[in-house]
Design a binder for this molecule. Structure first.
Ligand code: CO
Ligand code: CO
Length: 319
């Protein structure tokens, strides 16, 4: 996109420049569209679960901006020689999540593909000016994460056949959770910035937010929530390629405390699917947000660190 002409339009409230995953377009005084799409190959074997996770992930960019999904279209790649009931199950998983989100799936498009792929293009609504972006974090904010890390490592273990079934089930359960309740909590309390944690891992998405906001973050590894069972897998060397790429990319721009091990760095860089919201909230409102998240049933949200003024490196990680 960098090589293409830059698009500017007074109604385009959020475009490419803040590094956000969704575009926001103002329709009128009261309404703006949020528009986003996401699709990927199966992260788990079960087609229904894959569909549900992919849909939850696609809605996530709307929720991260404080909006509500309204309408979606299926994006499907599917091999001609695979049984069609597998595709039906993928779509059923997606429809189930869409129903939960109160979003209509109104059609879509399928192409022949060597490997299945599924996701949604989603249109959501937000009040113009109320959209939450990557770019509003301020020094002194608390950083809150609403889902534990480790889904990349666990799904890789699943593909390699080395994941305990209950660990895999827990990862699927966590990936399937809509970020709807986390989003409504943050909208109610009022926050400075938010993003969802997906393929670039916690470090990559936090870095995007800090660069977009011209701030720096200091996080504590010990505070970061992790899905139980992840550490032994990392120690066995079960780490997805995307996670290694994240560490050798964005991970190089992090000021790592000397006590942080390679395994710990990999966890913080783990490529997530349908991860939680990473929210930058004024410190004075952090407790209120945690209470609201809990009241909304968002389990295990925690403060993982804080935003400090602009420094030499966008992120510092302490033990
Ligand atoms: Co996305
Ligand atoms: Co996103």
């Amino acid at each position: 996109m960098e090589k293409l002409p830059k698009i500017t339009d007074s109604n385009l409230l959020v475009g490419l420049e803040t590094g956000d995953d969704a575009a926001v377009y103002k329709l009128g005084q009261d309404q703006a569209l949020i528009f986003t799409l996401d699709f990927f190959p199966p992260v788990v074997d079960d087609p229904f679960s894959f569909g549900a996770v992919a849909a939850a992930n696609s809605f996530s960019d709307v929720y991260a901006m404080g909006g509500k999904p309204l309408l979606a279209l299926n994006i499907v790649g599917f091999p001609v020689d695979l049984p069609k009931d597998i595709l039906t199950e993928i779509l059923r998983g997606g429809y189930t999540k869409a129903q939960e989100a109160g979003c209509l799936i109104a059609g879509g498009h399928t192409v022949d593909d060597k490997e299945p792929k599924y996701g949604l293009a989603v249109v959501g609504l937000v009040t113009p000016g109320k959209q939450v972006t990557n770019a509003g974090a301020r020094a002194g904010d608390s950083l809150i994460l609403t889902k534990p890390l480790g889904t990349g490592i666990i799904t890789t273990a699943g593909k390699q056949g080395v994941a305990e079934p209950q660990i895999l089930d827990e990862a699927v359960r966590i990936m399937s959770i809509l970020n709807a309740d986390a989003s409504s909590a943050m909208v109610k309390v009022g926050v400075n910035a938010a993003t969802d944690v997906t393929g670039f891992g916690l470090i990559g998405h936090l870095r995007g937010m800090m660069v977009g906001s011209h701030t720096q973050a200091r996080i504590n590894l010990s505070r970061v929530p992790v899905i139980p069972g992840v550490w032994p897998l990392i120690e066995q060397g079960v780490v997805p390629g995307g996670t290694h790429r994240n560490l050798s990319g964005e991970g190089q721009e992090v000021q790592w405390h000397v006590d942080i091990t390679l395994q710990q760095k990999l966890l913080l860089c783990d490529a997530q699917t349908s991860g939680g919201l990473l929210i930058s909230v004024p410190e004075t409102k952090a407790d209120a947000l945690l209470r609201e998240l809990e009241a909304n049933g968002v389990e295990g949200s925690v403060v993982i660190g804080e935003v400090v003024g602009a420094g030499t490196q966008p992120i510092e990680v302490l033990p």
